[in-house]
Structures are given as structure tokens and as C-alpha cells.
Ligand binder design. Structure first.
Ligand code: EPU
Length: 358
């Protein structure tokens, strides 16, 4: 097992923040984690699991042992009457998986094209875009318990998916309940090795989203004429038009979650700001577009130090520093807090950041 010391993490986080990992081990398979857990010193060290680094703000050098997930491999594991079950290593790139699965004739992930990051991070965050969330295409995953070394499998219910949320984002209870790793918070406790996706054989396009409906109308197509490839192409075009490419301008995607309010709170906000973008949810709550709220507070295009608010989408914070003079995590968080204060003062709502802040 190779332990890399003082490793620069700038290439490994999409914000492009310069920070170092004091120690880093690359995980290409179960054996690498087992070697860490067998090491008398490393086994007890706090650990941080790094995927594609696309949802991460580094506010300093990383002291916990970094386990960088590089588990590779993609194949058809099985099939049922209704689904292709595709198994993918956690270290595979998410967008490459979307493109590859389409090319194999297994559609279903196309609405989530171009989401930055790795396959292993996709269930943690329950990534989603244009009306499809990871949980809609999820079968199961294999992970390893970083305390016991036990490998376990979780189905969708056990992952407790929510909006940009899962069991992997919640802290374990302080005392072990004695029921093993299942059914409790797994933040910092589990490393995802492989994810299995259930891709529908009777595919139907998920349209509904205003941007996609507009494209369909522009091209004069009916839903029946929309192919997975066309939908993939539209999603890529829409995202490229309004979201910055992290390879060009560092960012971590949407920086805040879209907040949910009660119908009464929403009515209050509409009375003051009739244009507020809002979507009714199946559970009776109302989701507000955080990008709109931030935009309404005048933040679009603004900067604090080298941290900026993207000109075309106020929900995305960007790195305006150069490669040799990148934004710091501190600057990003100062800007984030200033935005939270503005939105709270104007709308009485607390925006919750999406990325992990380390
Ligand atoms: N809006 C503004 N000004 C802005 C930004 C947005 O007025 O500066 C308005 C838009 O015009 C639109 C509404 O707000 O009416 C919503 O904007 P958009 O359609 O761009 O979607 P979003 O709610 O900002 C969410 C996800 C994205 C996902 C898109 C498409 C969250 C936090 N973000 O963004 O996910 O790609 O929908 O499904 O749920 C991510 O999580 O990192 C991410 C990029």
C-alpha cells in the first residue's frame, strides 16, 4: 500500500482550491481498504472519502487520511423482464457512464448527463437533474464499513434517499445500536465500492421540465419522437448554456439546495415578490428556486475576493482566481455566508449549502 504524503489536491476538486492531503491512499478495490484497516497506525486515523471532488469546498489542508476512490469497471451484471442491471465501479466518471450506457443501448440516465463527479458520489448526494434523480435508476450498492472492514450491500430503501440526501450524509449515532451498519447514519463510516443501476427496458422520455419542453416545441417533435440520444444532446446543450464547465471555471455545481416552504410562507413571499419561481411538491410543500432568490438579492455576477457568483446562474459559486492564484475555501464560505444573510434578510429563509465543507 502506497501512502502519498503532502499531496496537492487542486486537481482533485472541481473548485480548483489549492490544499494538500497530509496523507492519501488510492483505493482501486476492496484490498486497498483492507490494507488500510490492517495497518496499526492508519486504521484508527479519521478518514475522508474523496470521489470526483465535485461537491467539495476545502478550507485548509486535509488532516484526516484521504481515501481517493478509483475503483474501475462497468458491465451488465444481470437483466430482468423490465431492467438492465448495470454494475459500475465507484471511481468511474459519472458523465462517461451516462454516455457509455446510452451507446450500449441501455438508456435511462440521459437527463443526468454532464453532472460532474464520480459514480460513487452519485448516491451520497442522490444527484438529479431535469426531472430524474439517481434514486429513480438505482438498484443497489456495495460498500465497506471503514471501522469493521465489513462489506455490505444496500438497496434503495436502506440508502434513505431524499432531495440531495441519503444515509451517507447523516452522522452515525454516538453509541452503536448493535444492529450493524444498516439503517443508521453512515457519514464518514462507509466507502462505496460499486453501484448497480436499474435501467428501464421500456424506456419513456422524462420531459416535463420547462427547458426540455421548450426544446421539443422548437424542434416540432412529439414525446413519442424523442429518443434517449436526442434527450442526452438537449440536456448537454442546456447545461453547457447555463452552467460553467469546471475544467474552465472552477465550481461545485449548485451551491445551495432549493428551500422548501409551506403554502402560507410561499403566499407571503408571493405577496411581496410576485415573480418568485416556485414548484408545488407532492407532499404539499412548495419548493423555491434558490437561484432566483439569490438573483433577486442582486448577487448575480458579483464577487467577494476571488469567489464569484456565476453570471448565468446565481446558484453556482465560481473560482475567479487563476490557476496559480486560486480562490480559497475561506473566500468561498465568506461569499456563501453573505448570500445567506441577504436571502435571510429579504425573504426570511435560510439557504442550506449543498457541498461538503472540509
Ligand atoms: N433562476 C433565476 N436566476 C438565476 C438562476 C435561476 O431567476 O440566477 C430561475 C430560473 O430562471 C428558473 C429557476 O430559477 O426559473 C430554476 O433554475 P434552474 O432551472 O436553472 O434550476 P435550479 O433549481 O437552479 C436545479 C438543480 C440543478 C439541476 C437543475 C436542473 C438544485 C440545488 N439544483 O437547479 O442541480 O441541474 O435543477 O434540473 O436542486 C446541482 O445540484 O449541482 C445542480 C446543478
Amino acid at each position: 500500500m502506497l501512502v502519498e504524503k503532502q499531496l496537492a489536491l487542486q486537481p482533485y476538486n472541481t473548485f480548483g482550491i489549492a490544499a494538500k492531503a497530509q496523507e492519501l491512499v488510492r483505493v482501486r478495490g476492496l484490498e486497498d481498504v483492507q490494507a488500510v484497516l490492517a495497518d496499526p497506525v492508519l486504521r484508527s486515523r479519521p478518514k475522508f472519502v474523496l470521489g470526483g471532488g465535485s461537491n467539495l469546498v476545502l478550507t485548509g489542508d486535509v488532516k484526516p487520511l484521504v481515501l481517493k476512490v478509483e475503483v474501475a469497471g462497468r458491465h451488465l451484471a444481470s437483466e430482468t423482464d423490465r431492467h438492465w442491471i448495470v454494475e459500475v465501479g465507484a471511481g468511474e466518471n459519472w458523465h462517461d457512464l451516462v454516455a457509455w450506457s446510452l451507446a450500449q443501448g441501455w438508456p435511462g440516465l440521459e437527463n443526468m448527463a454532464l453532472i460532474p463527479g464520480s459514480v460513487g458520489a452519485s448516491p451520497v448526494q442522490n444527484i438529479g437533474a431535469y426531472g430524474v434523480e439517481l434514486q429513480d435508476r438505482f438498484d443497489s450498492l456495495d460498500a465497506i464499513d471503514l471501522q469493521t472492514g465489513q462489506v455490505f450491500t444496500l438497496n434503495a430503501a436502506q440508502c434513505a434517499f431524499g432531495y440531495r440526501d441519503s444515509v451517507f450524509k447523516h452522522a452515525p449515532p454516538l453509541e452503536s445500536s448493535g444492529e450493524g451498519v444498516r439503517g443508521m447514519g453512515l457519514a464518514g463510516r462507509a466507502l462505496i465500492l460499486r453501484v448497480r443501476f436499474a435501467l428501464p427496458k421500456r424506456w419513456k422520455p422524462v420531459l416535463g421540465y420547462a427547458d426540455l419542453e421548450r426544446r421539443m416545441a422548437q424542434e416540432g417533435l412529439s414525446a413519442a419522437e424523442v429518443t434517449p440520444e436526442r434527450l442526452f444532446h438537449w440536456v448537454c446543450e442546456i447545461r453547457r448554456a447555463k452552467l460553467p464547465d469546471p475544467a474552465v471555471l472552477g465550481n461545485a455545481g449548485s451551491f445551495f439546495k432549493n428551500p422548501t416552504v409551506s403554502p402560507e410562507q410561499c403566499a407571503d413571499i408571493i405577496a411581496r415578490d410576485p415573480k418568485v419561481v416556485h414548484y408545488p411538491m407532492p407532499d404539499g410543500g412548495i419548493k423555491l428556486a434558490a437561484g432566483w432568490l439569490i438573483d433577486a438579492c442582486g448577487w448575480k455576477g458579483k464577487s467577494v475576493g476571488r469567489a464569484g457568483v456565476y453570471e448565468k446562474q446565481a446558484l453556482v459559486l465560481v473560482n475567479r482566481g487563476g490557476p496559480n492564484d486560486p480562490v480559497t475555501g475561506g473566500e468561498v464560505m465568506t461569499l456563501a455566508r453573505a448570500i445567506q444573510t441577504s436571502v435571510y434578510e429579504r425573504f426570511g429563509l435560510r439557504l442550506e449549502p449543498e457541498p461538503v465543507v472540509l
